[in-house]
Design a protein around this ligand. Structure first.
Ligand SMILES: [Zn+2]
Length: 455
């Protein structure tokens, strides 16, 4: 049953990919495989937008905010934007890097650094049209769906019947914490789609689409050094100018040259904005660069997971409960926000179930399969020796596999993987710490392991 479901999901992903390649210039675009409902895109975007407004300084200049809104709302009058059913909003943030981003369901944020870098209004409209296209094509939730297609269906079904925060639910399942997960790296094919659909939006509203390509090429001319942030979120699909030119050939003939007439004034006013205080420059910052300094407390708490109970130090936090596909238990500083925007666990434990691809087999074979998947998802992971030993967990045979990978704090990381074959699937725990801290944490990890009781 599960197997068939996986197969059909995999096929859906493959079909979406092949349909995209058969497209001719000018043809419409269709959003790819997605497990989120449109309403969930909107909810996720609104929750994340609230975080963005706390993390960044919103520019307090009504003329500039109105100007941005005027350009954005013009793009939102296009057929494609209207048909998406999303409500687009536009906010200028005081942030010096050359970037802009849009969240699922429509909230778009433009940095003052971008406004300073564009040469004309069509270039600004170009970046905004590109961002709007990511929203229309639902690339953010599509990426999350593809990356988490095992865990997401149950989680989203659970979220649909509850009233809690969707971000919170995703965080509990280990799918990034809030904002960072929205700023996923898009794929190159997402980028080329956003360029091409963006060129439609521009053409329909009278902006010359070639200005979008010109701006990206300008950013890239000096080795991308002027727009490193933008290109790290939006990898260059290559040959942008040529691809956009070909796309325009497929569109009805139009005359370009629309402008609001306020561009020069907007550039003047944006140049006068003082940079934000240092602490507010959140973009690209790495949080929690050192492992937690506080020792695990001696008072313990208990968590009820999916068909198991586990105890953990009272000063750590459990992200997840019995409805979560995966539970992360760690001190707050054990979660590390990487430069790519992904949150990883550098110090703590993850508990979850793995569903092997084929029929159920031996503990050793299923563990191998899991390690194979973990390694595929984590390029730096390698199996250290001595590799495996057998233990008992709650009277069940269990296998301990010692793995090594790269710590998000820098240096080597030790990952102790414990697997137990259970009727629900292959139960696993990964105990994670920088190699140099692992021994110190071992008694805590062993006590957690000893507290496991299957129901
Ligand atoms: Zn992009």
């Amino acid at each position: 049953m599960l197997r068939n479901r996986l197969l059909s999901l995999t096929l859906a992903v493959l079909c979406a990919a092949s349909a995209a390649s058969a497209r001719r210039p000018g043809d419409p675009f269709h959003p790819g495989f997605n497990l989120f409902s449109r309403q969930q895109d909107i909810q996720l975007g609104q929750e994340s937008a609230a975080q963005v407004r706390k993390q960044y300084q919103v520019v307090q200049n009504q003329f500039l905010q109105d100007y941005l809104k005027r350009v954005g709302e013009r793009l939102a009058t296009t057929k494609e934007a209207k048909e998406s059913g999303f409500n687009f909003t536009f906010t200028l943030l005081n942030e010096p890097s050359i970037n802009a981003f849009a969240l699922p369901g429509g909230p778009m944020f433009v940095f003052t650094g971008l406004m300073k870098a564009v040469d004309n209004e069509a270039q600004l409209a170009g970046v905004m049209a590109h961002e709007m296209s990511h929203v229309i094509l639902r690339h953010g939730t599509n990426q999350m769906s593809k990356a988490n297609f095992l865990q997401l269906p149950a989680l989203l079904a659970g979220a649909a019947v509850g009233n809690g925060s969707l971000i919170g639910q995703l965080a509990q399942a280990g799918m990034g914490l809030g904002l960072s997960s929205m700023l996923l790296k898009f794929s190159r094919s997402d980028e080329s789609q956003a360029d091409l659909l963006g060129s439609h939006l521009m053409a329909e509203t009278g902006y010359n689409p070639i200005e979008m390509a010109r701006f990206f090429e300008k950013l890239e001319a000096d080795g991308g050094s002027r727009g490193p942030q933008f290109f790290s979120d939006h990898p260059n699909p290559g040959n942008r100018m040529k691809a956009i030119e070909e796309e325009i050939q497929g569109l009805p003939q139009r005359t370009y040259g629309y402008q609001t007439g306020e561009f020069v004034e907007a550039k003047t006013q944006v140049a006068r904005i003082a940079p934000p205080p240092k602490t507010q420059q959140a973009a690209g910052a790495r949080e929690n660069l050192a492992p937690p300094s506080q020792a695990p407390s001696s008072s313990w708490r208990q968590l009820r997971g999916q068909a198991y109970n586990v105890s953990y130090p009272g000063n750590w936090t459990a992200f997840g409960d019995s409805s979560s596909a995966a539970v992360t238990i760690a001190p707050r500083e054990g979660l590390v926000q990487g430069a790519g925007g992904r949150t990883s666990v550098g110090y703590g434990a993850i508990l979850s179930y793995f569903f092997p691809d084929g029929a159920r087999s031996s503990l050793a074979a299923e563990t191998d399969d899991l390690i194979h998947h973990l390694r595929a998802a984590n390029a730096g992971m390698r199996q250290a020796s001595p590799s495996q030993r057998h233990i008992k967990v709650s009277d069940n045979d269990a296998l301990v596999s010692m793995l090594a990978s790269d710590s998000p704090y820098g240096g080597a990381e030790t990952d102790a993987l414990v697997t137990v074959s259970r009727p629900e699937g292959l139960f696993y725990m990964v105990f994670i710490a920088p190699q140099k801290n692992f021994e110190q944490l071992r008694p805590t990890f062993e006590q957690m392991l000893g507290s496991i009781r299957f129901q």
